[in-house]
Design a protein around this ligand. Structure first.
Ligand code: NAD
Ligand code: ZN
Length: 796
């Protein structure tokens, strides 16, 4: 630096000042910093060094001489009778031995020893809470005013907001307090409140808080106190300001004790220490605890304990000489994103993860950081190549909190969620309105293996006694089990060996050997439990497969309507969709699951291992009313062919074959608009479209054929349906409709009840329609009835 030309040095000082001013403004006024504290501290240190070396460069308004920034947030101003100062900083440096590595602390302590001519003075030692400094004024024991530090001289009146902070006493407890008392301390946001706030923000697509300090400062400086209240802030006292009409103890540590008695929270980590050695021991002790503390700290603070000594030491421009902040490695650092990958969690949740250029964060090398979900990536607009700020605090996974967009290289591309699971290749799906994408691979996804097995064995699924999480971990980790089907192949010896290896790995004393005899009872029981699970029910089995979106109730619906596993496995998506409470997403998930080759194999293996269902039955007769050509066409989403046209077509044609043979001209006469007919022509001419339609139709037919009927399926295909007619049926008339329904075996009833299969409502339908809606009975229009009749009369 000495070699630098003075003009260059001057220019550098000016540049540093400008960058620091800008950072101060973002940090203190906007509560939205754009650089990390570590980067800020580096700029500040460089400027301090420059000014120390070239005192002529130092200006009175240099940021090295001032505290914080004068805020302009729309709050009234409060002048501090006693200024609220900053603290000098000490950082760990390279070197041998503590006196070298903590040189600045050693100098700080030695200076006090020399000035006061005292060996090993006593210090109050405290965590340096990372929040926002405030001053609270009490008169006659009542809280009357609260203010931020601002520039140290003048702060903002945030009394109304501070009243919402539960930890701040509105009246002092006990007795003996001075008539006027100013208590100073830090408003902070606890990790749990910060995480909860961000989790909610991420789920609802709102902006997240970058870190708890920002959360605390931003929340406290809200103009609407109701918002502050919702943010859940906390407070710790660590000093006093003005005292009038009363006495305080002669030392700082005793003062903190008094504050505790009067109802202020004081950090339980606060204590006293003697001399340099005591300070460093405290620094190390808190450093080890740092990750477990419920709040962020950025260092520890050492304060000469007795006030007389403090008085003698005095102040420099912006900080006392009797105190210093000893900083820990920073919790936020800047680095670059080398890749964005997808990680599949135990439950299949797909989390985007940033692969980073390695960086030290709070003493640990970080190479990955979570991006939480696709929405969060979009909101932050994180791209490969970006410079980002990563944060690691407590035991929370490191996360990317901000992109330095000014530093973005050219030719970066916005990131988008991949369509398939990187582990198993299954589709990634997301439920409407949900932030998380999931791998639909279930059983075949190695990432989800353990969770799939635990779910499979659960009491409400296959109910395998004794197969707990620890055994599942071991079975998977040691390669005994890849899919649930493998469970049924395991022998007693396998289990004993697995247990031995698990004990060895966990360092637990094997319980398997007792009094020289190998204990095998537990393994015999487990094998028995696995054996017993083979006799199960279809809904339990379907639930156990862990198909996405299939809970117990959907599993029951599938079993009740489709009867056999065989039908659940082969029924195509459009047909599944007509079942109650099964929407498009659920149908896609079921059909997708059974279409996967890997899943098919697992299900086949399970059946081959002897699983039987006590409750398989024929498909429900109610399906007859649900399945017809219009359902198929509607669901196949033939372009531009509205639901009305599909029903009209279904009135005339009972199956796909007929429809394919007929042509445009006939469709138009059947009431389909010509534009739609042209589209249909194109659609049906394409074999690629026809294959799934034919398959769906065949599956539909297999289901219908499987429904037993006492009078024979061909003559009474609608047996089991109870239909109610209401209103005017324009084409058919009520009588004809009744005759034709009855001819196919349906029962036509005059009143609506829970047993009614569906109500056909024509023009001017009255109370029966209301009743149907009240009971949740399906309501059809005449076209849909015509489609049903056409389909079954064609058969008869
Ligand atoms: N990222 C940015 O852009 C940016 C900008 C400006 C400042 N900053 C951060 O702020 C720091 C400078 O701010 P500062 O002047 O407030 O100094 P400081 O935060 O380093 O130290 C003084 C403050 O420490 C706090 N404190 C916490 N526990 C305490 C305790 N037990 N006793 C006394 N005080 C305690 C008080 O709020 C006090 O005002 C920088 O080192 C940097 O970390 C960051
Ligand atoms: Zn997968």
């Amino acid at each position: 630096m000495n070699q630098r030309h003075p003009v260059t040095i001057q220019a550098r000082a000016a540049e540093l000042r400008e960058r620091i001013e800008q950072a101060n403004y973002r940090y203190h006024v906007l509560d939205d910093p754009e650089i990390t504290d570590a980067d800020y501290d580096r700029l500040m240190r460089e400027l301090e060094a420059l000014e120390a070396e070239h005192p002529e460069l130092a200006t009175d308004d240099s940021p090295t001489r001032r505290v914080g920034a004068r805020a302009s947030g729309g709050f009234a101003e409060v002048r501090h009778a006693l200024p609220m100062l900053s603290l000098g900083n000490a950082f760990e440096q390279e070197g041998d031995g503590d006196r070298e590595r903590f040189r600045e602390v050693a100098e700080f302590e030695r200076r006090i020893e020399q000035t006061l001519d005292r060996r090993e003075p006593v210090f109050s030692v405290e965590p340096k809470l990372d929040g926002l400094a405030i001053s609270l004024r009490y008169e006659g024991g009542a809280f009357v005013q609260g203010a931020t530090r601002g520039d140290g001289e003048t702060g903002e009146d945030v009394t109304a907001n501070l009243r919402t902070v539960a930890a701040i006493p509105l009246r002092l407890r006990g007795s003996g307090w001075p008539r006027v008392l100013e208590v100073r301390g830090e408003v902070i946001m606890l990790h749990k409140d910060f995480e909860a706030f961000n989790a909610r923000a991420r789920a609802s697509g709102e902006k997240t808080l970058a870190n708890p300090r920002n959360g605390a400062a931003g929340s406290l400086r809200q103009l609407d106190a109701a918002i502050t209240k919702k943010r859940k802030l906390s407070f710790f006292a660590y000093a006093i300001g003005v005292v009038e009409g009363g006495e305080m103890p002669p030392t700082h540590s005793q003062t903190l004790q008094k504050l505790r008695e009067w109802g202020f929270p004081v950090s339980p980590e606060v204590g006293t220490a003697r001399g340099f050695g005591g300070l460093i021991a405290y620094y190390r002790r808190i450093g080890e605890k740092r990750d477990k503390l419920p709040y962020d700290i950025d260092g520890v603070v050492y304060k000469l304990d007795d006030y007389a000594g403090q008085q003698e030491m005095g102040f420099v421009s912006r900080a006392p000489r009797w105190a210093i902040a000893h900083k820990f490695p920073a919790q936020e650092q800047t680095t670059t994103v080398e890749a964005i990958e997808i990680q599949i969690g135990r439950t299949g949740a797909a989390t985007p993860v940033a692969r980073l250029a390695p960086v030290q964060v709070a003493g640990v090398t970080v190479t990955n950081a979570t991006l939480h979900n696709a929405d969060q990536v979009a909101r932050l607009d994180v791209r490969v190549g970006d410079t980002v700020i990563v944060r690691r605090a407590g035991d929370v996974i490191p996360e990317v909190v901000r992109v330095m967009s000014e530093q973005r290289p050219s030719h970066t591309k916005p990131w988008s969620m991949p369509t398939h699971c990187p582990v198993c290749g299954s589709a990634l799906l997301r439920e409407e309105g949900e932030a998380a994408w999931r791998c639909s691979g279930g059983l075949i996804c190695a990432a989800q293996r353990k969770e799939a097995l635990i779910h499979f064995a659960a009491r409400r699924a296959m109910d395998i006694d004794g197969l707990g999480e620890r055994f599942v971990d071991a079975l998977v980790d040691f390669g005994y089990v890849h899919t649930p089907a493998d469970l049924y192949r395991l022998t007693l010896d396998d289990f004993l060996e697995m247990k031995r290896r698990a004990d060895e790995r966990d360092g637990t004393t094997p319980e398997t050997v007792k009094q020289g005899k190998v204990a095998t009872k537990w393994a015999e029981n487990l094998i028995e439990g696995i054996e017993a699970s083979k006799h199960t029910t279809l809904p339990r089995f379907l639930f156990a497969l862990g198909i996405m979106h299939i809970g117990e109730s959907t599993a029951k619906t599938l079993a009740a309507w489709l009867g056999r596993l065989e039908f659940v496995r082969t029924t195509p998506e459009p047909v599944l969709q007509v079942l109650p409470d099964i929407g498009g997403e659920v149908a896609r998930s079921i059909a997708g699951f059974f279409a996967q080759e890997g899943n098919q194999k697992v299900v086949d293996d399970l059946l081959a291992s002897g699983i039987v269902f006590s409750d398989e039955a024929e498909p429900s007769p109610k399906l007859r009313g649900k399945l017809s050509l219009d359902v198929l066409l509607d669901m196949a989403k033939v372009s531009k062919l509205g639901p009305k046209s599909t029903k009209q077509l279904a009135q005339h044609y009972t199956n796909l074959q007929q429809l394919v043979r007929a042509g445009q001209a006939q469709w138009v006469t059947a009431g389909v608009p010509s534009a739609a007919a042209i589209n249909l022509e194109a659609c049906l001419a394409d074999e690629a479209n026809l294959v799934p339609l034919r398959e769906a139709e065949a599956a539909m037919q297999r289901l219908l054929d499987a429904i037993p009927s006492s009078a024979g399926a061909s003559t009474a295909p609608l047996e089991g349906l109870t239909v109610v007619l209401t209103g005017t049926l324009a084409t058919l008339g009520r009588d004809e409709a009744k005759d034709r329904l009855e001819a196919l075996g349906a029962k036509v009833s005059g009143s609506v009840s829970k047993k009614t299969s569906f109500v056909v409502a024509g023009e001017a339908a009255g109370s029966k329609l209301d009743k149907a809606q009240e009971l949740g009975v399906e309501v059809w229009d005449e076209a849909r009835l015509l489609a049903l009749l056409a389909m079954h009369e064609g058969k008869a």
